[in-house]
Design a protein around this ligand. Structure first.
Ligand SMILES: Cc1cc2nc3c(=O)[nH]c(=O)nc-3n(C[C@H](O)[C@H](O)[C@H](O)COP(=O)(O)O)c2cc1C
Ligand SMILES: CCCCCCC(=O)C(=O)O
Length: 377
């Protein structure tokens, strides 16, 4: 049996068809039958386990929550165009992102304060990503220090997401330390010049508990607040400081994507920040083609937002994404099952992707053809 870690292909026979093995190994998407992952049930389970204000902080979006609500539905405005009679019986899931080899094109998006969801926190996400062969993006607002998360499964590829939050010196220091700690890319989140108005948090009075570990907060007692705004010049500056390729996360327009790449970004990440920033904003599923066209072959393109099934992931790859990332599904996995829960989500989605590829006659995640999807009529 091919596994995610030692072989690039996943045979179709194992993907829940007649005679498919029921026994499941972590890190082996070939044996994780698609029906084993029920994200709606997982979401409900997580909401019931978490304190209501924390559950709302994770689930919520900004303003009218239109962007949040439309994100999953926007992927379903595309339809698959299966190719038949291909003789395809195995698919390749392994790919390379900014030079790092991964077993699946589905990674974990940066999300803040993971210790609020489960004691495993960011270290749990790191273990899960390593077990599933997936890329992990670690937030500046992590509840564990960046070096400790990097040292958890040190051989597994991780990227560090940078926010400006405190003093300029502290931000520079985080970028330098991310490079030294072994992160393989620096992700600048550019869609948060100011925090979105999250009305659920206002209503619940959500505040971080006093005993939440400080993570990457500065240690100095007097800390000035820094404007979170980035400019295009920061792409080269923070690339130099960290020694890492820079990814700009939160791009929704082709012209912005082209500016990022011109300024030195190695990749552009299409995102609405999970509907937590501008609202109502264009859905990632609709912004992606414009960004892909603008970037061409000059940089990699990733996407997140509302991806909830293997066919959603397949659609994103067909529209030109090199990889996708999930936020809330990883939160639900961590909240309900710690590191193992996150792995189950990653493996389940990867198995669903493999299943869709087999159904559509597409052998390789690195070259899903654009004509494999069409707008729904
Ligand atoms: C609770 C929560 C915390 C987040 N924290 C961060 C963060 O620290 N940095 C960041 O760049 N994006 C953050 N995001 C946005 C995610 O990286 C990602 O863009 C989004 O969750 C993707 O949409 P999805 O949740 O529908 O998969 C956060 C999202 C959520 C839901
Ligand atoms: C400087 C802003 C911190 C934001 C915290 C995490 C985040 O991105 C979110 O969406 O929430």
């Amino acid at each position: 049996m091919a596994t995610a870690d030692d072989a690039p292909t996943v045979p179709g026979q194992a993907l829940g068809g007649p005679g498919a093995p029921r026994q499941r190994r972590e890190s082996d998407p070939a044996t994780a039958a698609p029906e084993h992952l029920d994200l709606a049930a997982l979401e409900a389970e997580a909401a019931a386990l978490l304190p209501p204000a924390v559950a709302d902080f994770y689930a919520g979006g900004a303003e009218s929550e239109t962007t949040l609500a439309e994100a999953p539905a926007a992927w379903r405005t595309w339809r698959l165009r299966p190719r038949v009679l291909t003789g395809l019986s195995a698919v390749r899931l392994r790919t390379s992102l900014l030079g790092s080899d991964v077993a699946t094109p589905i990674g974990i998006a940066p999300w803040a304060y993971q210790a609020l969801a489960h004691p495993d926190g960011e270290r749990g996400s790191a273990r899960a990503a390593a077990a599933s062969g997936a890329l992990l993006t670690v937030s500046t607002s992590a509840s564990a220090p960046l070096a400790e998360v990097a040292a958890t499964e040190p051989g597994a590829p991780k990227w560090f997401q940078l926010y400006r939050q405190h003093s300029p010196a502290h931000t520079d220091d985080l970028a330098r330390r991310a490079g030294q700690a072994g992160y393989r890319a620096l992700v600048l989140t550019v869609d948060l010049p100011v925090l979105g108005r999250r009305l659920r948090d206002v209503a619940s009075g959500f505040a971080l508990p006093a005993d939440l570990p400080p993570g990457n907060l500065p240690t100095e007692s007097a800390v000035e607040a820094e404007s979170p705004v980035w400019t295009v010049d920061d792409i080269a500056r923070f690339g130099d400081l960290s020694g890492l390729p820079v990814v700009t996360k939160g791009v929704l327009r082709g012209d912005d994507a082209a500016r990022c790449v011109q300024a030195g970004a190695a990749a552009v990440w299409v995102s609405t920040h999970g509907g937590r920033q501008a609202d109502p904003a264009v859905a990632s599923a609709h912004a992606l083609p414009e960004v892909v066209d603008a970037v061409g072959d000059d940089a990699e393109v990733y996407v997140d937002g509302g991806l909830r099934s293997g066919s959603d992931v397949f659609t994103a790859l067909a529209l030109g994404a090199d990889a996708v990332f999930v936020g809330r599904p990883a939160i639900w996995g961590l909240a309900t099952g710690g590191a193992d829960g996150v792995s189950r989500v990653l493996d389940g989605l990867t198995a669903q992707l493999a299943h869709t590829m087999l159904l559509c006659g597409v052998p390789d995640v690195r070259s899903v053809p654009r004509d494999a999807v069409t707008p729904a009529r």
